[in-house]
Design a protein around this ligand. Structure first.
Ligand code: BTN
Length: 241
């Protein structure tokens, strides 16, 4: 796959712009939309994503020839690629870089990056493309968050958004091909190698309700498998803390 990077000074949201361009058939598989800042950056669960200048904000348009049910796997693929990128950049912090379900990246237990995968196909209208949006805290992070956040400068790493993006795209390209060739189980296994709180009791918040359970596994559909009161429960969406 070859990537074409489209750089913008400011956008409402790189995900929205990429989605619009893909719908209009002005951008295609491998096009990457990057912005120096976003005025209306979006996160999971309809949250906003603080997007001041200096951090990395980008979205990749992908049109994989796979069934719709496999599209959510791409966010795990991206999470593993982000982890490998961070491990390359911070070799001495290796042990502290973890994947948090469903697709957050943590360093030292604090969130450094987030992933938002959106698709018309996921809401029933099949055009066959997805938009993979990623935000990485390079020089700053929001203060008032439900889960603690951090940024790469706190780990003495100074890197330009473009440089981080290039390393990420190299990692992503390799894993994307592995995913097409060998399927999700391989990606799931690499994800689980550095999973935050695996085997430990976690709290899960779903629709304002809080439940506790032991984090046992992530299944072949990317669901979180928790053990609650001796019973195995499958969690499809929620916040883990
Ligand atoms: C999350 O953890 O809630 C996901 C955050 C995703 C943020 C990125 S920044 C680039 C892209 N454009 C957006 O509006 N959101 C994603």
């Amino acid at each position: 796959m070859s990537f074409v990077i489209h750089k913008f000074k400011e956008l409402e949201s790189t995900n929205s712009h990429a989605m619009e361009m893909a719908r209009l058939q002005q951008m295609f598989h491998g096009d990457v939309v990057m912005a120096q800042c976003q005025k209306a950056g979006r996160g999971r669960m309809a949250r906003s994503w603080d997007s001041p200048e200096g951090n990395l904000y980008f979205s990749i348009i992908l049109q994989p020839k796979v069934g719709i049910e496999k599209l959510p796997e791409i966010s795990f693929l991206a999470a593993v690629s982000l982890r490998l990128t961070l491990e390359k950049l911070l070799p001495e912090s290796h042990k502290k870089i973890q994947n948090k379900w469903p697709n957050d990246l943590l360093i030292d237990g604090k969130k450094i990056a987030g992933i938002l995968l959106e698709s018309d196909a996921l809401s029933g209208f099949t055009k066959g493309f997805v938009v993979l949006g990623i935000g990485v805290n390079l020089i700053s992070n929001p203060q008032q968050t439900i889960f603690p956040a951090t940024n790469l400068q706190e780990f003495s790493l100074k890197i330009l958004p473009e440089d981080f993006l290039k390393i990420f795209l190299d990692e992503f390209e390799i894993l994307y091909q592995k995913w097409l060739d060998f399927g999700f189980d391989l990606i799931r296994k690499i994800w689980l190698q550095k999973a935050w709180n695996l085997g430990v009791e976690v709290t899960i918040k779903i629709d304002g309700k809080t439940q506790k359970g032991i984090f046992k596994d992530v299944d072949l559909q990317g669901n979180l498998i928790l053990e609650m009161d001796g019973k195995v429960q499958k969690i499809l969406v929620g916040d883990v803390c």
